[in-house]
Design a protein around this ligand. Sequence first.
Ligand code: ADP
Length: 162
Amino acid sequence: MKRAIYPGSFDPMTYGHLDIIKRAARNFDEVIVSVLDNKAKNPLFSVEERVKILEEATKDIPNVKIDSFSGLLIDYAKRIDVPVSVRGLRAITDFEYELQIAQTNSKLSHGKLDTVFFTASLEYSYLSSSGVKEIACFGGDLSECVPEFVAELLYAKYNQKR
Ligand code: ADP
């Protein structure tokens, strides 16, 4: 069985992430989308909230599972016995960063964790979680960025903060 992890912050999940999830699910028997619990990033949504959003958005894709982890990806991948990490590439800036992470993970895992890249679909390549948060903060239109229930959660977060 071909299994892959799609790790990330997903703060929050956007249509760009969802597109990568769907495409990965067509290419692997099982895709484990896993939220990285990285307190240093000061996320807007808690890990539990991010997991719930991903669960709701992927509920109709049977071979996608949602999880979370902290610590090094290579340790998590070893623990759940998955040899492939999936990541998305939007632009050259992503490439530089992602290449370094992929090579570090390969080195640290002694070649046991490979990274597979999916290039962003044209209609989503401008999308980022930080951009989405900025739009939400000013009450802008998120209909092309995230599912409606995620937009509602974002507006609610920023209303709380006001
Ligand atoms: P990170 O894990 O680096 O904190 P994210 O959670 O936003 O960042 O993204 C997880 C992965 O999804 C990264 O590989 C990122 O490049 C990719 N990604 C983010 N947004 C998009 C998008 N719009 N299209 C394709 N891939 C994306």
